[in-house]
Design a protein around this ligand. Structure first.
Ligand code: 6R9
Length: 649
């Protein structure tokens, strides 16, 4: 693959292929065209009836008095109802006869396999819930999780939900300071971690990071440690406890706590356009209904499916489509701990063949990385168990879409490209397989209840084929409720950009058939391998280094990662900047995922006379393009030539 990603955007705009699902798939689709049309209509015209109908599939310990209470921009869904999402995911499924069905099939990077039936998972979750209660965790508290992809991650999340404590999962690739910031922001008293997690054969030292983070997290009282790697980390007396001791010794009986529909379920931090990550808060009832419905319909889920989502539970995709959505539906979920290229690039296909995976949900960056290695890897394996493929996290270029469809799906499996966000909680745009044909590169049609539009900054709605800002005009059940501890930021960032609508931060276009093509972020947020990174966050990490005076970070198109990080830095008087040290510094401050791919050292940055850095020009320089646009507002336009001539380190 040698094309440039800017060509991908171009290709997306000119892509005209239309690929229907096979007749065999369409004939049995859970939602066919008539059903989609009718359901979508009702979900927009009469949302109360529509959502009450979906919620009726689940169990509530007290009924709602009102489906939606909307005081813009604050929504309450299933007002006054009580429920418990862990109860719905586990007890309810055991009660309807799924006790012996496999809930989680886990494969470690080292090849170890562990299986939990719904009954076994329920027992483990009850024990973990009792262990957390024993450590003093109460309903309404926040518990931070910093775990590898092991079953205990799902067990911990469900155990928190079971006792009404909100979980805050911090991705295992985040650094010590990112972890302590998140523990402090959420005021967690308990952290659940592991000695380590396997990644490319090495044990990522999670417990050592947790110890270092605890130094700066004075409110932390206990660290629960799962023994994943038998690496024997130091345990601090009185503070640290082993998972196998506290969960192992806990009672196997526990009644799930009925909580209000609007009771906090989790906080998940995500990058925005300022330096400080936002704690996106999701609540119980609406999130449960949204993830339940979308998993069922988008993935056309059946009783005998073996469903595999390759995301990490540290991201929202892991929350909604590894843990909650699939388990609410009584599905069998495959969970894999490690890297896609361990021991080689055939690992995903080895897993598909070995376990008979039927539904695969992964990210374009993984598809492109695997595609680059050639067709030999997938061709070595029998992938005939697959019947549906999904994509999430960033725009998928038509070339990668076609490869996924052809080589992985054997032209037999529909591909669902799903657009959504940490904030939306569940899938918002996608083309339901069996209802409408796919258009490679385009996420497609709105999901139930999603009233999407394309607008200008001024709030003017645009017609077909005009590029603009993607907005959602009505509240939906799984939407975020606020930014934890900062409701003003919630109001401003999401409902204050364009009056009266939810501002997604993405640019998009809708074609005359109503299909949405999402082009990417319009704010200062990068999407690197499907991970959201704020340029301001990286800039503040860079200027925190003693050798750096000023920094500006921009994204550069990348064939595999989608985007990569380019940092422009000016030295602090008299200092020399060592790119290697600077990269290590960013890894330490945020995590390896934020490490700049290129560093350009300059004597000055392009600024307007009022001192604003013109990132637009930096993006052009980073991409090696000609400088375009009016440079006359710059204080010193000659800076641009010097930057363009500078070597990227
Ligand atoms: C689920 C998730 C959200 C941002 C979003 C957008 C990009 C996600 C996409 C997509 C085009 C898709 N994005 N899915 N862009 N097509 N199918 O990824 O959540 O980590 O919060 O990222 O990712 O830019 O705004 P999150």
């Amino acid at each position: 693959m040698t094309t440039h990603p800017s060509d991908h955007i171009d290709a997306m705009l000119h892509e005209s292929r239309v690929i229907p699902a096979s007749n065999a798939f369409t004939a049995q689709a859970r939602v066919n065209r008539e059903a989609y049309d009718a359901m979508y209509r009702q979900s927009i015209d009469d949302p109360d009836t529509f959502w009450a109908g979906v919620a009726g599939d689940l169990e509530w310990m007290a009924p709602w008095t009102q489906v939606l209470d909307w005081q813009e921009p604050h929504a309450k869904w299933f007002v006054g109802a009580q429920t418990n999402i862990a109860y719905n995911a586990l007890d309810r499924n055991v009660a309807r006869g799924l006790g012996n069905k496999r809930a989680i099939v886990w494969e470690g990077e080292d090849g170890e396999v562990r299986t939990y039936t719904y009954s076994q998972l329920l027992t483990e979750v009850k024990k973990a819930a009792n262990a957390l209660l024993g450590l003093g965790v109460q309903a309404g508290d926040r518990v931070t999780l910093y775990l590898p992809m092991i079953p205990e991650a799902a067990i911990s999340m469900l155990a928190c939900a079971r006792i009404g404590a909100a979980h805050s999962v911090v991705f295992g690739g985040f650094s010590v300071s990112a972890l302590s910031d998140r523990i402090n922001d959420a005021q967690s008293r308990v952290l659940i971690t592991a000695d380590g997690g396997l990644r490319r054969g090495n044990l990522v030292p999670l417990k050592a990071n947790a110890d270092a983070a605890a130094q700066n997290a004075p409110g932390l009282e206990h660290i629960v440690v799962v023994n994943r790697g038998s690496s024997n980390p130091p345990m601090q007396e009185g503070r640290d406890v082993w998972w196998h001791d506290v969960v192992g010794a806990a009672e196997g009986e526990h009644d799930a706590l009925p909580v209000d529909s609007e009771h906090p379920l989790f906080i998940l931090y995500t990058s925005g356009s300022t330096g400080k990550p936002k704690g996106v808060l999701h609540t119980t009832g609406g999130y449960m209904v949204g993830t339940y419905l979308t998993t069922r319909t988008v993935f056309d889920l059946r009783d005998d499916d073996l469903y595999w989502c390759t995301a990490d539970v540290g991201w929202v995709t892991g929350h909604s489509y590894i843990v909650y959505g699939p388990l609410l539906n009584g599905a069998t979920v495959l969970m894999y701990e490690g890297a896609p290229n361990q021991p080689d690039w055939g690992r995903f296909w080895d897993i598909v063949q070995k376990h008979g995976v039927t539904i695969l949900y992964t990210a374009p960056t993984a598809i492109r990385a695997i595609m680059r290695q050639g067709d030999e890897y997938p061709n070595r394996y029998d992938l005939s168990s697959l019947r549906l493929l999904g994509s999430v996290g960033e725009p998928i270029n038509p070339e990668a879409w076609m490869w996924y469809y052809r080589v992985i799906g054997g032209e037999r499996c529909p591909v669902v490209d799903t657009w959504w966000q940490t904030e939306t909680g569940s899938i918002m745009l996608t083309t339901l397989p069996g209802a409408y044909p796919s258009k490679p590169g385009s996420a497609g049609l709105p999901m139930f209840g999603v009233d999407a539009a394309i607008m200008t900054r001024e709030g003017e709605e645009l017609g077909p084929d005009d590029g603009g800002l993607l907005v959602i005009k009505k509240p939906w059940p799984s939407m975020l409720r606020t930014v934890y501890g900062d409701d003003a930021r919630y109001q401003k960032a999401y409902w204050g950009e364009i009056r009266g609508v939810y501002f997604a931060g993405d640019g998009a276009r809708r074609d005359p058939d109503g299909y949405y093509t999402v082009m990417g972020r319009v704010d200062d947020v990068l999407n690197v391998s499907g991970h959201r990174l704020g340029t301001m966050e990286i800039e503040s990490a860079l200027v925190a280094h003693p050798s750096v005076s000023e920094a500006a970070v921009v994204g550069k198109p990348d064939d595999v990662k989608g985007e990569c990080v380019v940092a422009f830095v000016t030295p602090q008087g008299g200092q020399t900047i060592d790119p290697k040290a600077l990269r290590a510094h960013v890894s330490k401050e945020i995590g390896a995922l934020a490490r700049p791919d290129a560093i350009i050292i300059a004597d000055a940055l392009p600024k307007t006379r009022s001192g604003k850095i013109m990132r637009r020009f930096l993006r052009q320089i980073a991409a090696g393009r000609e400088i375009e646009g009016d440079t006359s507002t710059l204080e010193d336009p000659s800076v641009l030539e010097r930057l363009a001539a500078a070597e990227a380190l």
